[in-house]
Design a protein around this ligand. Structure first.
Ligand code: HEM
Length: 430
């Protein structure tokens, strides 16, 4: 196992990505529970490339993302409404927002207010996957030969758990996909990743249809929690850094005014907000240790032999908090990403936080668009401050949960509309 702590070594792995883009084999979460066929775990090879090609065409470049922007902005406005009514439910409101965007994009499914059956189904399966991949939780990951032992022996209950979870995985893959197909037959399908890729279904081979289905099933797992973590961290950063919030609001007020909400088309006019988005991605490590890769061949990186089969873990958290690259790394400071005369911008954290090589996050442009949208619109209409309890403002700590995807620990904050005009902007129909 090789742990990479430096961004320049990760860049070398990125350049030589063709041989460092496999994933480790996971017996429980992958083979038994069924995630080994979804993009995040599928081995490097022709099927991997087919999934990636579909996703890349759909949303893999800023240009491909353009046509999805109205959806992102529409869902963000729905978020503002929910958050106006129920600001203490921030984290759930963000979850609805991220889930709403992904379900529409992937399947053309508009999620329901309250509990949505498709989202519950997918989140249930993804929770199993998280539980299945906790390091050390299942001995079969270290001793695959346990699979050969009969189920009645002590310690074999993992087999029953695996069967139950595999069923949940299959439902997650099949049920929303079947919904879209049914809608296509009825002629009522909204445009989505699945409907577009199945337009020529009649002439497609069964394996090609399965590739579309499995690529689709990877989007929610890859995109929901990650985006929620970054957005939840943004609100925390605003609670802890009121002067940054004021500066960002001043930029929006000056450039956009209060007759409308900011939109993604305003990005180039809002450099401080853009820098704030970038700083959120640096300050809060969504995936502190990335997702492990494995070496497919012997190779040399920075003068060291990396033997075939090595597991490569990238310590993204360390790279994003390296004081040599980001002086005073725990301070939330968007200005570090803005070049001024005689002072270049600090290294772009987006080259680190989304991983590397052929496995680089396929949803990064969607993530950035979603973040910009929620950050700019929220700052335009809300003030985000510390909660006051018994006359004392509560300062939340910046602590994170452990796991492949890390969230800020739940915290208290107060979110209020900035003005009467802000309330009208939120509530009027767009
Ligand atoms: C702030 C938001 C996000 C962050 C920080 C993030 C970060 C990452 C990272 C670090 C990886 C692992 C890359 C590697 O193995 O080197 C990854 C993979 C992945 N991400 Fe994201 N991601 C985000 C949002 C999204 C979104 C919105 C989607 C899709 C809708 C998405 C879908 C995926 C998928 C499917 C993979 C697996 C790719 C593969 O194995 O080939 N992510 N992401």
């Amino acid at each position: 196992m090789i742990i990479i702590n430096s961004a320049s070594i990760m860049e070398e792995l990125d350049r030589k990505g063709a041989i460092y883009s496999d994933r480790p084999r996971l017996e429980m979460g992958g083979e038994l529970v069924g995630y080994s066929e979804t993009l995040v775990l599928i081995p490097y090879g022709p099927r991997f490339r087919a999934y990636r090609k579909h996703l890349s065409r759909f949303m893999g470049t800023p240009v491909a993302m353009e046509r999805h922007i109205p959806l992102v902005e529409h869902e963000t406005r729905r978020f503002l409404k929910r958050n106006l009514i129920n600001p203490e439910n921030l984290s759930n409101n963000l979850r609805k927002l991220a889930g709403g965007i992904i379900m529409q994009l992937t399947y053309g499914i508009e999620v329901q207010e309250g509990e949505d059956p498709y989202v519950s189904l997918i989140e249930g399966a993804n929770d199993n996957f998280s539980a299945a991949t906790v390091p050390g939780a299942f001995m079969v990951d270290f001793f695959p030969s346990l699979l050969l032992l009969p189920e009645w022996l002590p310690g074999m209950s993992f087999k029953e758990t695996a069967r139950k979870w595999a069923k949940a995985t299959a439902d997650m893959i099949e049920i929303p996909f079947a919904f879209t197909k049914k809608q296509m037959v009825a002629g009522t399908a909204r445009p989505s990743f699945v409907s577009e890729n199945l337009e020529n279904e009649k002439t497609m081979a069964a394996e090609d249809i399965a590739d579309v289905k499995l690529a689709a099933s990877s989007m929610y797992g890859g995109g929901a929690d990650t985006t929620v973590s970054a957005e939840y961290a943004f609100f925390l950063a605003m609670v802890l850094n009121p002067e940054v919030q004021k500066k960002a609001q001043a930029e929006i007020d000056a450039v956009i005014g209060n007759e409308r909400l900011p939109s993604l088309a305003d990005r180039s006019q809002l450099p401080y907000i853009m820098a704030l988005v970038t700083e959120v991605l640096r300050w809060n490590s969504v995936a502190p240790t990335g997702v492990p890769h494995t070496a497919m061949e012997d190779g040399i990186i920075s003068g060291y032999l990396i033997p075939k089969g090595s597991i490569i873990i990238t310590n993204l958290w360390n790279m994003l908090h390296d004081p040599e690259v980001y002086p005073d790394p725990f301070t939330f400071d968007p200005d570090r990403h803005i070049a001024t005369e005689g002072k270049p911008a600090q290294r772009d954290p987006r080259n680190v936080c989304f991983g590397y090589g052929r496995r680089v996050c396929p949803g990064m442009h969607l993530a950035e668009a979603s973040l910009f949208s929620v950050i700019s619109q929220s700052l335009a209409v809300f003030d985000i401050t510390k909660t006051i309890e018994n006359g004392v403002p509560i300062t939340p700590p910046h602590e994170n949960t452990s796991g492949i995807i890390s969230f800020p620990e739940p915290y208290k904050c107060t979110i209020k509309p900035r003005s009467q005009r802000a309330i009208s902007l939120i509530t009027e129909d767009h």
